[in-house]
Design a protein around this ligand. Sequence first.
Ligand code: SF4
Length: 469
Amino acid sequence: MIRHYCGLFGISGHAEAARLSYFGLYAQQHRGQESAGIATWDGRHMHEHKGMGLVPDVFSEETLSGGLPGESAIGHVRYSTTGSSAARNAQPFVARFQGMEIAVAHNGNLVNTRELRDHLEERGAIFHTTNDTEVFMHLLVRALRSMPLEEAIKDACSHLRGAYSLVILAGGTLVALRDPLGFRPLALGRLDDSYVFASETCALDLLEAQYIRSVEPGEMLVVRDGEMTSHRLTPLPDAPATPRQCIFELVYFARPDSMIFGEQVYLCRKRMGWQLAFESTPDVDFVMPFPDSGVYPAVGFAQCAELPYEHAMIRNHYVGRTFIQPSQSMRSFGVRVKINPVRAMIEGKRICIVDDSIVRGTTMLTRVKKLRELGAREVHIRISSPPVKFPCFYGIDFASRGELVAAGHTLPEIAALLDVDSLHYLSIGGLMRSVAHSDSYCLACFTGDYPVPCCEAGKYRLEECPGDR
Ligand code: SF4
């Protein structure tokens, strides 16, 4: 299973800032289920509430109506990609410095955290958490000693390498920015007279806010006293000329009803399925997805291939985090409890299954085995993204390279491992034909071409480790 990472929300100048942040996070719960938090500014002080668990578990009516006063707020849902899942790593991260109160929430992964921490610790910094956000906070407050807020944020960002979308509340000023290559999404919206920011537009839709546009890669938007100004971050040295937005947002992570990077996720996924069918359609009785991730490419696949589309695997929508994990001897139980095949649809049938990706292959193997047990005559697998062969250092929790099934096996070997009659992954060309801005995506987990070098990435492709430049 690929883990999601984090979701951001920010709003300025609204009497219901905390409550709207709650709903903004609620809509983005799929981006992180470990912890949630909101920080608000009441004109004099910062207030914060955060905790472990899902958004509705962390916030009560009492908290929202009295504990988080103010008209500006930022919020965060988290799945840890760096730092442990401990409560102290929950965000937003709030700091007080020379009479100023600042809250920061971060989505993404820095690749030079270790170097920055060492550098800061040598100069006396003390860290309370293990997350990237505190590193940024230290850089920011150091810069604030000698420059105004906008310049200090730019200066702090100039030291960062990797993926970061940030929302920052500094006193009553709300700042939203994306790193120069724009790995992680961030959308700008308008609700009445307020500016709203969210990782995904599904949050704006829930609030009935108007989607204006994406925050651009390398852009910093500053909202102060109801006015918004746009600024540019310092470009990375030796960086690719075009953005490197995470293609996996479109393949898997984002909600299909969201606009991400200016693209409608639903349509992109359908086009991926269409391209996949164009590249390789087996002779089968019907096409089916593994729900939910395979649903949208499967629709496109079936339409292009002119094959019947069926839902022969049913998802249990009520499996939550409180589900008691099975013992080792019941390992496949966790997979089976989530989806279950419709017996009558399987026996004697030639089936083409469409899914978005294969990471370790263990889940796919369990599901295929079940279809065989139920008498499927043929099982063909079609994957709507290229093989994931390299780990991600920019905030997606894939397995390590040794665990990625496509890193160590050829296509026929994977087909044999999964016990399927045929297997085809969407080509990189097909994937790029599915999106509108094909020159602006990171493909490193497919190609090993890491757009921002780092030590660990260097093990696979890069010859030198520039470290903290
Ligand atoms: S390596 Fe893959 S998952 Fe990571 S940012 Fe790039 S496209 Fe996204």
